[in-house]
Design a protein around this ligand. Structure first.
Ligand SMILES: C[S@@+](CC[C@H](N)C(=O)[O-])C[C@H]1O[C@@H](n2cnc3c(N)ncnc32)[C@H](O)[C@@H]1O
Length: 234
């Protein structure tokens, strides 16, 4: 009996301690303050295949909580140093795979003018190229298996990527840094999609989730958290 009590104590204390320690480490960095919000969802709902645009310290949390994690490093340069540094840290996780993609010139140009005065972005035709690029990336695995796409990359066209993921019918689309000013990553470009409900976590830099309306279990889980339904403000 004593042995079982001791075993139970070690399991419960060990788990709480480990979770608390890890979350604190993630919450104190602006790069990873989204983890505290994902944690609320993951505690209730298993996310099997997780795809992220942009990788970093938070990826370690994802590989520890999801069955499969695909990290896409989509950059406007050929600088692989950050990708390779993360690769070294993640190499022991057999459920992780990384893809490095250098954006074509038209995406580089769109990224460059994303913040320029005079709404230059609307004068460039780059969306077809961005869609084609996503198709090339997705051709490397079965799109049907992706449960969640997380948009947190170093390119400002995050709003467009959120739209493309909803067009692709991804069950859950998430994006980081969605607190105002939303212009900085061009989240002003996100369009409302009739098949999706929006949930917003405002703590930190902000995490917004667009959840397909038929994912009733995910919606129920989110409603039990401190997120704000329709709380993403354009
Ligand atoms: C905000 S970070 C991605 C964070 C990632 N989603 C996470 O959870 O850790 C976005 C991009 O910034 C770039 N980056 C460069 N230096 C970085 C650094 N020291 N920490 C994090 N990201 C860095 C990388 O290209 C990376 O993909």
């Amino acid at each position: 009996m004593k042995k079982w009590l001791l075993f139970g104590f070690i399991c419960v204390f060990g788990n709480v301690h480990a979770e608390g320690e890890n979350l604190e480490q993630y919450t104190t960095s602006v790069y990873t303050d989204h983890v505290q919000h994902f944690h609320k969802l993951f505690k209730q709902k298993k996310i099997s295949t997780f795809l992220e645009f942009g990788l970093g310290e938070g990826t370690k949390y994802f590989v520890q909580h999801c069955d499969r994690v695909i990290s896409v490093e989509l950059l406007c340069s050929d600088d692989r140093s950050w990708f390779e540094r993360c690769q070294k840290e993640l190499i022991d996780y057999s459920n992780w795979e990384g893809i490095f993609v250098q954006a074509p010139d038209i995406i580089k140009e769109a990224n460059r003018v994303a913040h320029a005065p005079g709404n230059l972005l609307s004068k460039i035709s780059y969306l077809k190229e961005l869609r084609d690029l996503c198709d090339e990336i997705f051709a490397q695995f079965s799109l049907d298996t992706i449960d969640l796409v997380f948009v947190d990359l170093d390119i400002h066209l995050r709003g467009d990527l959120v739209n493309i993921m909803m067009e692709k019918n991804i069950p859950i689309v998430a994006a980081h840094d969605t607190n105002p000013p939303i212009h900085s990553h061009r989240f002003d470009k996100v369009t409302s999609h009739p098949q999706y409900k929006v949930f917003h976590f405002s703590k930190g830099a902000g995490l917004t989730l667009w959840v397909r309306k038929d994912c009733h279990d995910v919606i129920r889980c989110l409603q039990k958290t401190d997120c704000i339904p329709n709380g993403f403000k354009k």
